[in-house]
Design a protein around this ligand. Structure first.
Ligand code: 3UK
Length: 518
């Protein structure tokens, strides 16, 4: 047949090949008290693919996934890909307006969603312009469909085989949404071959992952970082993954590690910090000796954390920088080659350069803009023609990060080129938080910035100018915090509020956020 190219489908590589390579009976997923083998996983992937096809989902149709970390996340993801549809896993902590945006922007025809999350947004259904089918994942597997579909009911009746779509390596496989500084999220497209590229580079070369590994990612699967660490790295290597559907609180994370004995752990700096605080405060002993390596990404890992973690648990943390656009980590420290306080060296398979405003590469120890190159990079953002022209420069991609490289090739993070903040490893737009709080009756003006803690992490801080008739007090501070919590996703409220008389501004009236940064 002409015009279909060399067939390549990521579900073949990450699921079906495992069975043809003899790993069918091996545990792919540990979830609560279940152990799911590769063959069981494959069957469910096929059933989801079949069921979606039956509902009329075709190749290139988008499917939005609002799922907790669970086997259903993985079956929905690969089940969609197998039939050529394009899954879009999104953050489960968002507000109804965000889901309206994701659904309409992507024109997703189907939504696969956990029951309690659907209950939060089902009232807004009329606003979901392209949505045709809702598939609900309930804990009660016997629950029958009402107006919508029940995941388990669909699965039960679907055959466990489905034909793989005629995709090629350069077809879109999935999207991820990444927050932008204006508050509008950008749809980052990823191709069928991208996951294999990240597997063969970072996971193989840096983590040296093998079939014997058990991965546990505290970072959720809907983040690009967690998607690799908790799903396609272990599956691609024929290893196993441990899934945690709940919030990764220190106590929970520690108990998961002791119970399932993972060998590789993926976390963000704030989590490492809160685990260490928790362990030191509680005085309890935890046995994390199953871990051979821990990785950190999302924001720079404070140097002190590395030492403290090593003293507490005897394990190294590998800091590395990745992004949603690159899919995973492209500069990283190595096992036995860690330079604390840096992001490490370029991962084999990628190239990096630091350039000045004219795009010329700068010498060592000079700060500039970080550009990267590598085959897992996004072909572009959905429907953002102008931005694509700014960010994609031939084979190079402008990360938006300031970096410098030393004589030995280690890269050190030097901040963002824009106002975006990383709070707990997750993007927060100061503008979005400001726009929310300025609606509060007491607030005249507000500027939100990142405040660096003693340890080197970033906290969200709001400088507030009050309207006449209001004066600063603890009650008002609490009220403002609760206001933000009720309107925004839960990680976006300011931890610190400081009242000031006026905001620093340019002559044209633009708030000078940089003057407020400390
Ligand atoms: C920042 C870091 C310093 C940096 C991610 C691993 O974080 C991930 O993706 P996002 O799209 O954000 C990307 C941006 O976050 N950043 C990430 N890691 C570091 N800054 N040191 C680090 N180690 O500004 C970068 O441009 O949310 C991380 C794997 C996949 C990912 N998507």
């Amino acid at each position: 047949v002409k015009g279909i190219g060399i067939p390549y489908n990521a579900a073949t590589k990450f699921i079906d090949e495992k069975i043809s390579f003899g790993l069918g009976e091996k545990t792919a997923i540990y979830y609560r008290d279940e152990q799911i083998t590769y063959i069981e996983l494959q069957k469910c992937v096929n059933k989801v693919g079949y069921a979606l096809k039956e509902l009329g989902i075709e190749a290139e149709n988008r499917v939005l996934l609002v799922c907790y970390d669970s086997p259903e996340f993985i079956t929905s993801f690969y089940g969609s890909i197998k039939i050529g549809a394009v899954p879009i896993p999104v953050n489960t902590m968002m507000k109804p307006g965000d889901y309206e945006y994701y659904l309409n922007k992507s024109r997703a025809k189907a939504l696969i969603i956990h029951e309690d999350l659907w209950e939060n947004i089902s009232a807004f259904r009329d606003k979901f312009l392209y949505l045709q089918h809702v598939i609900i994942i309930s804990d009660d597997r016997e629950k029958l469909s009402g107006r919508d579909y029940q995941y388990w009911e669909l699965i039960k009746s679907a055959p466990d085989n489905v034909k793989t779509s005629y995709t090629c390596g350069d077809d879109a496989a999935f999207w991820l949404f990444s927050s932008g500084s204006t508050g509008e999220a950008k749809g980052v497209i990823h191709l069928q071959h991208d996951m294999e590229y990240a597997l063969n580079t970072y996971a193989q070369e840096v983590l040296q992952i093998t079939e014997d590994d058990i991965c546990f990612s505290a970072s959720k699967l809907f983040f690009a970082y967690g998607l690799g660490g908790g799903m396609y790295f272990p599956l691609g290597a024929g290893a196993s993954t441990v899934l945690l559907s709940e919030r990764p609180l220190p106590e929970k994370v520690l108990s998961i590690i002791e119970t399932y004995k993972p060998t590789i752990f993926f976390g963000v700096p704030t989590l490492y910090g809160s685990i260490m605080d928790y362990v030191e405060r509680s005085g309890n002993q935890y046995d994390l000796s199953s871990l051979r390596i821990c990785t950190s990404a999302g924001e720079a890992l404070p140097e002190a954390f590395l030492k403290r973690w090593k003293e507490l648990f005897g394990i190294d943390i590998l800091d590395g920088i990745g992004s949603t656009e690159a899919l995973h980590i492209y500069i990283s420290n190595r096992i036995h080659d860690i330079r604390p306080g840096t992001s490490g060296k370029v991962v084999p398979g990628y190239e990096a350069k630091v350039v000045d405003e004219d795009g010329n590469e700068v010498g060592p120890n000079t700060v500039g803009d970080l550009l990267i190159k590598g085959d897992s990079l996004t072909p572009g953002y959905w429907n953002l023609h102008t931005l694509n022209k700014e960010k994609i420069i031939g084979e190079w991609f402008a990360t938006g990060d300031k970096y410098y490289k030393d004589e030995d090739g280690y890269y050190t993070y030097y901040g963002r080129a824009d106002d975006m903040l990383k709070i707990g490893g997750i993007w927060v737009s100061p503008v979005e938080v400001e726009n929310c709080l300025v609606e509060h009756q007491a607030v005249l003006e507000i500027a939100v910035v990142g405040e660096t803690t003693e340890e080197g992490l970033t906290l969200l801080k709001a400088y507030v100018v009050l309207k006449d008739g209001y004066s600063p007090c603890d009650e008002l501070t609490n009220e403002l915090v609760n206001y933000a919590k009720s309107k925004l996703a839960r990680y976006k409220f300011p931890r610190v509020i400081e009242y000031i008389d006026e905001l620093p501004k340019t002559s044209s009236g633009k708030i000078q956020r940089f003057r407020l940064r400390v």
